[in-house]
Write a protein that binds this ligand. Structure first.
Ligand SMILES: Cc1cc2nc3c(=O)[nH]c(=O)nc-3n(C[C@H](O)[C@H](O)[C@H](O)COP(=O)(O)OP(=O)(O)OC[C@H]3O[C@@H](n4cnc5c(N)ncnc54)[C@H](O)[C@@H]3O)c2cc1C
Length: 539
């Protein structure tokens, strides 16, 4: 087995991992800091995806002069979190976001400007215009400037190395990780580890995130003894299925009152709207609520699209028709230029023909429970970014995820460096015990089936009956699973299914069709951890 030595190991090179590595090195230049990614550094993870018209990062600079402030930002995050976000972390993100975003600008990041100042836009769950953007490539631009600086300082990068397990010493202190590169087993020995592998969207058959997001980080953290919070809270939303690439259309497209039809040509949305909400109102609200959330009446749009598809009323591409041919081309070009041009290049002129939309998994609001410094509670292990939970609750203001990566990537990187600088290397003698197995054809087929089931029963519409089917599948497969890749997906699927089953209400991104109301008694977080028998228990 190849062995690599470092002081601080950062697993993942998206916005969170890039920030953690940079800060670890800046805080303690004498340390060897290594970032490991399972892909190319500039291509892996959600951060590097260009799959929407604009990615926003929040900071209350108040460039638009609408009175935004740290206090208002904090309040928006707490309120949108539906009672499930950690108030201490909400305060920190509000207080430190501007400094972290300013540092990105100091490294050379140029945000979009309008009328001589940086433009800030109001995204869902925000009461003020707070989001800065470099159009669809905000995340890629962020990692670009951080990588350049980190490499100049001496941070090392190992690409195409997929980590599947953490290593710990006899005292249970995390001190490295195992993975594979080109089919070869690799061991990385470290004094401190930061997990920044992002979310797990790619565990679902249709998602808009990167294929690298298969949930390995969560499975590793679960085995290491971490606690998980708000695992039932993750975001799904409409995304293009034809033309055949993943893309989130510009929010303004919903304001153009598209005609949504199923494969039979039925305008189905009015059938799903309840409590006096009209289809027009639901569509209009969708412009300000990209991800599905029961927080707003835009929820009827997502429920309707998802239900039509799952009942077999969708198109053969797994979507419904989204028709704006009644809107003049010049209006489309004015209101959603990138969407129009992107779809045109892909073969569809939306001024003359409908596109097709399905519902994709986008982003996770829950994850590893962390403290204010990204510490996981397991000695030697920190976490940052989408892999963590607590900063966001049952829902989150749009633009907060990228801010989260910077504020808590900064804190986690510095805390891990402080630990590595004062603790010796341990655990090397046990490292040769573990060998990795790649999934064979049969296991790959099981992985595809898990993606289908997870998508069908754990995304927009959830119910006890569906979740029990998922758990039965997991239980059957766990008995024979051999590869870490399959085992990890089963572990994470179980964690999610158990959280979804436990929350017997609907709140934010979590909609139970058998418990549609939001209940005051459920204004509490579900925290899960590996129990004595290896299965998740609520703590
Ligand atoms: C289409 C889309 C639009 C979005 N829009 C917004 C927005 O407007 N505003 C906002 O705030 N957020 C948005 N988000 C969410 C945001 O982009 C992510 O939450 C954020 O980029 C996550 O950053 P991260 O560093 O935590 O994880 P990622 O960027 O996902 O990075 C994970 C890293 O870990 C690596 N990795 C994964 N598994 C392994 C493994 N086993 N071994 C080694 N390396 C591994 C990956 O290769 C990658 O380098 C959007 C997401 C998507 C998909």
């Amino acid at each position: 087995m190849n062995t690599i030595y470092c002081d601080v190991l950062v697993i993942g090179g998206g916005a969170a991992g890039s920030r953690a590595a940079l800060e670890a090195k800046q805080a303690s230049p004498e340390l060897d800091v290594l970032v490991v990614v399972d892909s190319g550094y500039d291509t892996g993870g959600s951060t590097n995806m260009i799959a929407s018209e604009a990615l926003g990062i929040n900071a209350p600079f108040n460039y638009e002069g609408d009175g935004d402030s740290v206090d208002i930002y904090e309040q928006d995050t707490v309120t949108t979190g539906g009672g499930l976000a950690n108030p201490e972390l909400c305060r920190i993100i509000a207080e430190e976001s501007s400094a972290r975003v300013q540092e990105l600008m100091d490294l050379g990041l140029e945000f979009t400007q309008r009328d001589g100042h940086i433009e800030q836009q109001k995204l869902s769950g925000c009461t003020k215009a707070r989001s800065l953007t470099c159009y669809g490539s905000t995340g890629r631009a962020m990692t670009g400037v951080m990588k350049r600086k980190a490499q100049a300082l001496g941070v090392q990068i190992a690409e195409n190395l997929k980590i599947t397990r953490l290593h710990h010493n006899e005292q249970g202190v995390v001190c490295g990780a195992f993975g594979t590169k080109n089919g070869q087993a690799v061991f990385v020995s470290a004094k401190a580890v930061v997990l920044a592998t992002g979310g797990a969207s790619a565990m679902f058959s249709f998602h808009v995130a990167s294929p690298t997001q298969t949930g390995d980080g969560w499975a590793m953290a679960y085995d290491a003894g971490c606690q998980f919070v708000n695992m039932e809270s993750f975001q799904c939303g409409p995304a293009v299925v034809k033309p055949g690439f993943t893309f989130i259309i510009h929010s303004h497209m919903w304001r153009l009152l598209p005609k949504l039809t199923n494969a039979s040509g039925e305008v189905f949305l009015p059938r799903y709207c309840k409590d006096g909400v009209t289809a027009e109102t639901a569509l209009d609200l969708k412009a300000m609520s990209y991800p599905f959330s029961v927080r707003t009446d835009a929820k009827y749009v997502d429920i309707a699209i998802f239900d039509e598809i799952r009942k077999g009323n969708g198109t053969k591409n797994g979507g419904v028709y989204f028709d704006v041919t009644h809107v003049p081309k010049d209006v489309l070009l004015e209101k959603a230029p990138v969407t129009y041009e992107t779809l045109l290049k892909a073969g569809i002129d939306i001024a003359v023909e409908p596109l097709e939309l399905g519902i994709g998994v986008q982003n996770f609001n829950g994850g590893i429970l962390i403290d204010k410094d990204g510490f996981t509670g397991v000695e030697g292990l920190w976490a940052a970014g989408e892999i963590t939970g607590g900063v966001h609750g049952s829902d989150r203001p749009g633009g907060n995820n990228l801010t989260d990566t910077q504020v808590f990537g900064y804190r986690a990187g510095r805390a891990a460096a402080a630990y590595a600088a004062t603790h010796p290397r341990t655990g090397e003698e046990r490292a040769s015990e573990i060998l990795e197995t790649e999934p064979d054809e049969a296991e790959l087929a099981i992985i595809r089936e898990s993606e289908r089931l997870y998508y069908q029963y754990m995304t927009v519409i959830r119910s006890q009956e569906g979740l029990e089917k998922v758990l039965a599948f997991i239980e059957a497969q766990e008995k024979t699973a051999k590869s870490s890749q399959l085992k990890n997906r089963l572990t994470v699927g179980r964690l999610m299914a158990q959280a979804l089953l436990a929350r017997k209400e609907s709140r934010g991104t979590h909609y139970r069709e058998d418990y549609p109301a939001t209940e005051e008694a459920w204004r509490r977080r579900i925290v899960l951890q590996k129990g004595a028998d290896g299965l998740p228990v609520e703590v």
